[in-house]
Design a protein around this ligand. Structure first.
Ligand SMILES: [Zn+2]
Ligand SMILES: [Zn+2]
Length: 395
């Protein structure tokens, strides 16, 4: 298998780097990926890869059916960029001010396109059906994955795989483990209304800052008092707006405040969100203030299925990648919606320069950088190896 895959990657050559750099120079924001989508669909058409009808927005799903029976395997790439001013001095730097591929989704798109084009040329390798899922808007709620699920792709797909490039860990490493890997997220927003008035006559007013102040403590105490101490969760009040700076003798009438919830268990998230709402209403009622609560449930927890983790780890060992021991984190990934439907696996594929000539930078940083010349062919090799291993495992 190793040799077959290596030959395919060689056959594709430097085009994967050229494609990634083209996409890097032409980033588009979530839900606005019209030119990227045009590029994807044109290339799929040229490669003779049919596309599913009824896919919403800028997402695209190509597919190829093999002549032998086998599982339906989905390979997913997100395609969107971020609102960020690129500070890299690179020949392929973003030409659109304020938009940048600062998370590596340009690399994901180029890798998946290379896998699709190679499998279109070598259809003898395909068993069952392979789906190439190009997903819009991973970075922006509600994300692109939930709509792909609503459009029915997970009724067709048995197993879903993805890699996310990792700009902080070197080429030759991967972080892929079974179980919960990323948090379920949510946000809350309160609009609290009291009664404005004169600071000298508080009894004629009703200061909404009083319940707001109590709510800051009460909400932060939810993980400590209401959740299993062994659960992984955090709640933060992150904004509070009221009154006018420097105007000391006016009691304001309104407060707006809100924050976020991050937890590794999707059910616990529901409990915490409901508890935040309950506290908001109860504490405001105690102070005779009105409150309107809005809760936004973001991505659920992202879970890697053991049978997908096994395939991805075996592929990593085959390529002699070092499997990093990384604990789950309270980041979020809308790949979670696929993992709720069918066994799914996602891994973080190292693409920092191992020689450290270019400093590793965090994702969403204006200097985000991938060592693409060496990293992309390795990532392509990995995705193809995962695909072939999955075929062998899920016969
Ligand atoms: Zn990102
Ligand atoms: Zn990302």
């Amino acid at each position: 298998m190793n040799e077959t895959v290596k030959k395919l990657v060689q056959e594709y050559g430097s085009e994967i780097v050229e494609n990634r750099r083209y996409l890097h120079a032409h980033p588009e924001l979530s839900f606005h990926e019209t030119e990227t989508t045009r590029w994807i669909r044109n290339r799929l058409k040229k490669a003779g890869i049919p596309m599913l009808e009824g896919i919403s927005g800028n997402s695209t799903v190509g597919y190829l059916k093999g002549s032998k029976p086998g599982p339906a395997i989905g390979l997913r790439a997100d395609i969107d960029a971020l609102g960020l001013v690129e500070e890299n001095d690179l020949p392929y730097k973003s030409i659109f001010p304020g938009v940048m591929h600062g998370c590596g989704h340009d690399a994901h798109t180029a890798i998946l396109m290379a896998a699709a084009e190679l499998l279109a040329r070598h259809q003898e390798l395909i068993e069952g059906t392979v789906y190439f899922v190009f997903e819009q808007a991973e970075e922006f709620l509600p994300g692109g994955a939930i709509q792909l699920v609503k459009d029915g792709i997970m009724d067709k797909i048995d197993y879903m795989f993805a890699i996310h490039v990792n700009a902080l860990s070197p080429i030759g490493t991967i972080d892929v483990h079974e179980g919960v890997r990323f948090a379920a997220v949510g946000t809350f927003d309160f609009k609290i209304t009291g009664k404005g008035g004169h600071g000298g006559f508080p009894h004629d007013a009703n200061n909404p800052l009083i319940p707001a102040g109590e709510l800051i403590s009460a909400i932060h105490l939810i993980p400590a008092l209401k959740c299993d101490p062994l659960a992984n969760c955090t709640v933060s009040v992150t904004y509070l707006h009221c009154g006018i700076e420097g105007v000391a003798n006016v009691i304001p009438a309104n407060v707006s405040m809100g924050g976020c919830v991050r937890v590794l268990d999707t059910n616990l998230r529901t409990f915490i969100m409901e508890e935040i709402e309950r506290l908001g209403k109860t504490i405001c009622a105690a102070h005779q203030c009105d409150i309107s609560v809005s809760l936004v449930y973001g991505y659920p927890a992202c879970v890697v299925h053991p049978i997908c983790a096994a395939v991805m780890q075996e592929a990593a060992r085959d390529m002699e990648l070092e499997i990093l021991d990384v604990p789950p984190s309270l980041g979020a990934e809308d790949f979670a919606y696929f993992s709720q439907e069918k066994p799914s696996g996602i891994g973080w594929f190292g693409m920092a320069d191992p020689t450290k000539q270019h400093d590793p930078t965090p994702h969403h940083n204006p200097c985000f950088y991938l060592e693409d010349e060496n990293g992309l062919p390795r990532a392509l090799e990995y995705v193809l190896t995962v695909y072939l291993k999955a075929l062998a495992a899920y016969k």
